[in-house]
Design a protein around this ligand. Structure first.
Ligand code: FAD
Ligand code: DHB
Length: 391
């Protein structure tokens, strides 16, 4: 079998790339190790930057998002028993973010792919990449049979635990990593959100976040120990801990409800450099991870895909490799900015078990400065709504 671009992974990166390439008349096949239902059952991000919503519109999959997504013009920071609104729109020349779950983005992309009759091979095993310097192919097994897909390019969109990045020779890649000494316990539940916008809370017992998926569905998180197991967190314990970390106004409006989903995610910063190895390109979580505090993971995946799709389209349409040649460098510049922001938000809002005294006082001073300075709030806001693209 042969295609132009073989895409490994049917998460948001792979699906979005596939739809954008198809629109430009570039043939592509997606190989995914899980089932479609499993991919849709993963509850992850929920905040979309304008750059991502515009890309989804461009891909022709934005209609439901525009109907059902909630436009947010601000966020709350909660600390010392009080919450303070950061007016994102006033601080950024009227930019905003959209609340629309990653699950829904994925579903819309899957449906577009299906409607266009594009091939997505789910539940494939033993995926491996070959010939990335000259004539690439992807080998895989499906239903016990071995197959080989020949192509011009391979897009590694297979997430942090995928095989694309780890297939590259060790001396061709450099990685940068920070692992944080805590995780996030997340709960999805059918209840109205305690505030009309997201509440990010700093508290001595740890960070907490009240987000949402709609006006009747909340997604809330509490900072937890890395060794914690989901079974140790009954619904009662979760809501009590969350309430205790919130300011009075938010806590009073919190309505506990049975968890529809509950999971623990570790926090990590990670960047691989470069993102191109011959005819193999990494995009999304395959190349980098941010801690979730700045809501950047999904948005950054989409920005890689924007650069990569444009590079591939230029290659086929204009016979120019300028976009592909600059992909890694351009994408990495934006990635490091998002890494910086996500790291700084994580440092500002979490309780670090190993810091005390001086560092703790600095953290408090930084938060107080932020809440008293419009300039500091403008820095947060311009990063939160998403930095502009270079082109
Ligand atoms: P993924 O969504 O990971 O997709 C990769 C796909 O590749 C998967 O479908 C996987 O099954 C498939 N795959 C893996 N290995 C192979 C293989 N060998 N062969 C074939 N297919 C393979 N971001 C936020 O902004 N906010 C959040 O709250 C948030 N929460 C998160 C919670 C968790 C538990 C995780 C893991 C991530 C979270 N993120 C969050 C980050 C965000 O969800 C990711 O940045 C986003 O999913 C990246 O999309 P992707 O398509 O690059 O990778
Ligand atoms: C969500 C997750 C985040 O990491 C964040 O910063 C904001 C919202 C969410 O899942 O809704």
């Amino acid at each position: 079998q042969r295609t132009q671009v073989a895409i490994i992974g049917a998460g948001p990166s792979g699906l979005l790339l596939g739809v954008l390439l198809h629109q430009a008349g570039i043939a592509n096949v997606i190989l995914e190790q899980r089932s479609g239902d499993y991919v849709l059952s993963r509850i992850r991000a929920g905040i979309l930057e304008q750059t991502l919503t515009e890309l989804l519109d461009e891909a022709g999959v934005g209609a439901r998002m525009r109907r059902e997504g909630l436009v947010h013009h601000g966020i709350y920071l909660s600390t010392q028993g009080q919450r303070h609104r950061i007016d994102l729109s006033a601080l950024t020349g009227d930019k905003s973010v959209l609340v629309y779950g990653q699950t829904e983005v994925t579903r819309d992309l899957m449906e577009a792919r299906m409607a266009a009759g594009l091939q997505t091979l789910y539940e494939v095993d033993h995926v491996s990449v070959h010939g990335i310097e000259s004539s690439p192919s992807v080998r895989y097994q499906r239903g016990g049979q071995s197959h080989e897909l020949h192509c011009d390019f391979i897009a590694g969109c297979d997430g942090f635990h995928g095989i694309s990045r780890t297939s590259v020779p060790r001396d061709a890649i450099r990685t940068y990593e920070r692992i944080y000494p805590f995780g996030w316990l997340g709960v999805l539940a059918d209840a109205p959100p305690p505030a009309e916008e997201l509440v990010y809370a700093q508290h001595q017992r740890g960070f907490a976040l009240c987000s949402m998926r709609s006006r009747t569905r909340v997604r809330c998180y509490v900072q937890c120990n890395l060794s914690d197991k989901v079974e140790q967190w009954s619904d009662e314990r979760f809501w009590a801990e969350l309430r205790c970390r919130l300011d009075g106004e938010t806590a009073a409006a919190l309505q506990p409800a049975p968890a529809l989903e509950k999971s623990i995610a570790p926090l990590r910063s990670f960047v691989a450099e470069p993102l191109r190895f011959g005819r193999l390109f990494l995009a999304g979580d395959a190349g980098h991870i941010v801690p979730p505090t700045g809501a950047k993971g999904l948005n950054l995946a989409a920005s890689d895909v924007r650069y990569l799709s444009r590079g591939l389209i230029e290659h086929y349409r204009d016979h120019s490799d300028a976009g592909l040649d600059s992909y890694s460098e351009k994408a990495l510049r934006r990635i490091w900015r998002a890494e910086r922001f996500s790291w700084s938000m994580t440092k500002l809002m979490h309780c670090f078990p190993d810091i005390a005294g001086f560092d703790h006082k600095l953290q408090q001073a930084e938060l107080e400065y932020l809440l008293s300075s419009r300039a500091a709030q403008a820095v947060l806001a311009e990063n939160y709504v998403g930095l502009p693209f270079e082109d």
